[in-house]
Design a binder for this molecule. Structure first.
Ligand SMILES: *[C@@H]1O[C@H](CO)[C@@H](O)[C@H](O)[C@H]1NC(C)=O
Ligand SMILES: *[C@@H]1O[C@H](CO)[C@@H](O)[C@H](O)[C@H]1NC(C)=O
Ligand SMILES: *[C@@H]1O[C@H](CO)[C@@H](O)[C@H](O)[C@H]1NC(C)=O
Ligand SMILES: *[C@@H]1O[C@H](CO)[C@@H](O)[C@H](O)[C@H]1NC(C)=O
Ligand SMILES: *[C@@H]1O[C@H](CO)[C@@H](O)[C@H](O)[C@H]1NC(C)=O
Ligand SMILES: *[C@@H]1O[C@H](CO)[C@@H](O)[C@H](O)[C@H]1NC(C)=O
Ligand SMILES: *[C@@H]1O[C@H](CO)[C@@H](O)[C@H](O)[C@H]1NC(C)=O
Length: 457
């Protein structure tokens, strides 16, 4: 079941058929996949480029009260390249008994619910399914909690570890008052900000140990439980949210994004870039529901990533990467771009992005994350003349594998902000003049290796 789901979650690119893996490589990869699926019995989603990526929600009971407990709730985004952007996360759960929330610091529930049976002190929330959101920056000091009040924005861990944490404090009543009687909340849900996350059950774990400010004394939570949530692009949206186009110095053809790569359902109310509407005031005002206002393109994607094979030196080659925003209503702050290509194990210089290799499996070091330089191009502006960022990458040639043939110089996978982008079909790649288009033998080999791998594991 897990395997079926994991293939469903990726928009399989035909291009992979041309990847020439040896049988041994395929076999060891299959073993890794199986290993991870065995290790993650509750995995609802599996991202091969970030296999342990998750958001972990930790509840630390810091004190027992007359009728319940006070807990510090911490959300850690352990995903290397996927963030939660504005308007931020929404966390929900179901109480196991008749618990109420007396008060909250650093976050709030969206609804109070029916607290009519309470005389005197009225709880913050009496709902059986509380829905919690972060507070906005700049709330009064007495409502703040450490790592709170960021409007629910959580950075990707690989990009900004400090910004990848969010926390609040909750005071729970009508609950157990010892670690024997307390009941764990159930049915956790997480929106980030849209659908895509699935949360497992809460599990009691070793109590968190805190170091005092002078680092000379340790204290510990009275009880701790963790909830782990994982992302699946398939649950997030039916269509991709970005596409990829290619060009090269050796062929004039520009391979565009596939037509309707992101679905064409917005085609009716898109805006022509040269129309009056595109220059009218208010076009950039974001909507509450985050609905996009797209520039009219044949692909109808909010984001296009262009990969241009620019130069060929004796020992090096050079790629230009450009990301274009077609959404008039969105500025992408702290964007990330992940690419998979065999040459990324030999990145020599990245000129105007930051770069970090991702090493999901030690043996296959072919994936890396690009992101904007702080205060320079970490903001990808709304559609229009400013709506793009670009950089060049210098790569060393590996004499055994490097070739411009068969589209080898183009990436195998591309992700923008953690969502996989649709690549063009392989028969449209710019070809090296006089090179064969398709190599039926590699496709056969690939099919055979997959069969072999299924028979031998
Ligand atoms: C969540 O991510 C962290 C960091 O990558 C990892 O150590 C942990 O095992 C993951 N948890 C689960 C349940 O996958
Ligand atoms: C519980 O979550 C915290 C992060 O919030 C993590 O550091 C810790 O390793 C987790 N514990 C277990 C047993 O997964
Ligand atoms: C509950 O507390 C007792 C000591 O007060 C401890 O021995 C026990 O391990 C705790 N149980 C859990 C689930 O934390
Ligand atoms: C969790 O939610 C599902 C449906 O949303 C419901 O069927 C189930 O009973 C809930 N579980 C608990 C323990 O409340
Ligand atoms: C994007 O940022 C610019 C400059 O900060 C601002 O003027 C513009 O309104 C923003 N656009 C959107 C869609 O938020
Ligand atoms: C992975 O590739 C990067 C360059 O992109 C290199 O710096 C790093 O040493 C490589 N890591 C391994 C384990 O080979
Ligand atoms: C350039 O690539 C296209 C395929 O995208 C191919 O049809 C064309 O023949 C190539 N041009 C040359 C000069 O080889």
């Amino acid at each position: 079941m897990g395997f079926a789901q994991s293939t469903k979650t990726s928009y399989i690119s035909h291009y992979q058929c041309r990847k020439c893996f040896s049988f041994l490589e395929i076999k060891s990869m299959c073993r890794l996949v199986v290993l991870f699926l065995v290790m993650l019995p509750h995995a609802a989603a599996y991202d091969p480029l970030d296999p342990t990526g998750n958001i972990t929600i930790k509840w630390d009971i810091v004190s027992w009260t007359a009728d319940g407990y006070v807990a510090a709730v911490t959300m850690n985004n352990f995903q290397v390249y996927r963030s939660i952007r504005s308007p931020g996360w929404t966390l929900g759960w179901q109480w196991a008994k008749k618990e109420v929330i007396w008060s909250m610091v650093g976050a709030q529930t969206t609804e109070q619910g029916d607290c009519s049976k309470f005389k005197g002190n009225v709880p913050h929330c009496c709902k059986r399914n509380p829905i919690v959101v972060d507070l906005l920056p700049g709330v009064p000091y007495n409502q703040q909690f450490s790592n709170c009040c960021k409007g629910g924005v959580l950075s990707a861990w690989g990009q900004d570890p400090i910004g990848s944490v969010s926390a609040f404090q909750v005071s729970v009543g009508l609950a157990g008052t010892s670690n024997k009687t307390v009941k764990l909340p159930t049915n956790f849900t997480l929106l980030g900000p849209g659908p895509g996350y699935t949360c497992g059950p809460a599990k009691v774990v070793a109590s968190t140990v805190y170091l005092t400010a002078d680092r000379r004394r340790k204290t510990q939570a009275l009880m701790t439980w963790n909830v782990t949530c994982t992302y699946s692009q398939f649950l997030a949206s039916r269509n991709p949210s970005c596409c990829v186009s290619f060009s090269s110095f050796y062929n004039e053809t520009i391979t565009p994004c596939p037509t309707c790569a992101c679905g064409c359902q917005n085609k009716k109310n898109c805006v022509m870039s040269d129309s009056k509407k595109a220059h009218k005031g208010g076009i950039n005002t974001p909507r509450k529901d985050n609905a996009p206002m797209l520039q009219c393109t044949h692909h109808m994607c909010p984001i296009r990533v262009h990969w241009h094979v620019k130069l060929n030196y004796k020992d090096y080659w050079r790629v230009k990467i450009a990301i274009t925003n077609f959404n008039y209503r969105m500025n992408y702050t702290q964007w990330t771009l992940v690419a998979q290509h065999p040459s990324l194990n030999a990145v020599t210089q990245v000129f105007s992005f930051d770069y970090k290799p991702l090493v999901p499996y030690e043996a296959i070091n072919d994936t890396g994350m690009f992101y904007g330089m702080k205060y320079y191009n970490d903001l990808l502006m709304e559609a229009g003349p400013q709506g793009n960022v670009q950089s060049e990458v210098l790569l060393r040639k590996n004499k055994d594998t490097f070739t411009f043939k068969h589209g080898w110089a183009f990436p195998r996978k591309v992700y923008f902000n953690g969502d996989e982008c649709l690549l063009p079909p392989p028969d449209t790649y710019p070809f090296l003049p006089n090179s064969a288009h398709v190599n039926p033998i590699t496709i056969l080999t690939m099919a055979f290796s997959v069969l072999l791998c299924m028979l031998t594991i």
